[in-house]
Design a protein around this ligand. Sequence first.
Ligand code: FMN
Length: 166
Amino acid sequence: MASSPPLAADPADVTAGFRGAMRRLASGVAIVVARGDDLPVGMAATSITSLTMDPPAVLLCINQSAGIHPCLSPGCPISVNILSRHQRDVSAAFGGAVPRDRRFEVGQWASDVHDLPALDDAQANLACTIDSMTPFGTHSIVVARVETVRLSDSVEPLIYQDGAYL
Ligand SMILES: Cc1cc2nc3c(=O)[nH]c(=O)nc-3n(C[C@H](O)[C@H](O)[C@H](O)COP(=O)(O)O)c2cc1C
């Protein structure tokens, strides 16, 4: 198997190497939604991970500079919407291509048990409540308990890798 030589322990090389490594990690994409002061706020995230089955819980890593971050704290409900293959436009919009106050114009949205927006035709909609938040570097590690789940009929997730969608 062809491979490049190991990178030197130069911090610049580690940064570039790490970025390259993460571009090679394929991930599903979710839209995370929280309650803002007046309107719901949402952003795209690939950092969603299954944490435990008992209790059902997920982990997300959210940049502290993201617009949603001030709306996240323990006890707050969030809506996690795992995107379907045909929802690239929703991912792009909530990834910053559309201004925050116009993002929910992209895609069809209904309401979940917490009265937060839940995306129609997503692969899955998870209604969650934040359990804990742990700062690490530029991000916060968010642990949320899953309270209700809605599933699509077929498994056709949107996958992000190397800065593009599969
Ligand atoms: C496919 C994709 C995945 C992303 N995953 C994350 C993520 O896991 N965590 C994060 O903090 N930002 C992630 N981002 C970046 C945010 O979605 C983006 O910065 C967004 O604009 C932040 O919201 P804001 O514009 O309201 O601040 C991702 C963007 C895209 C397009």
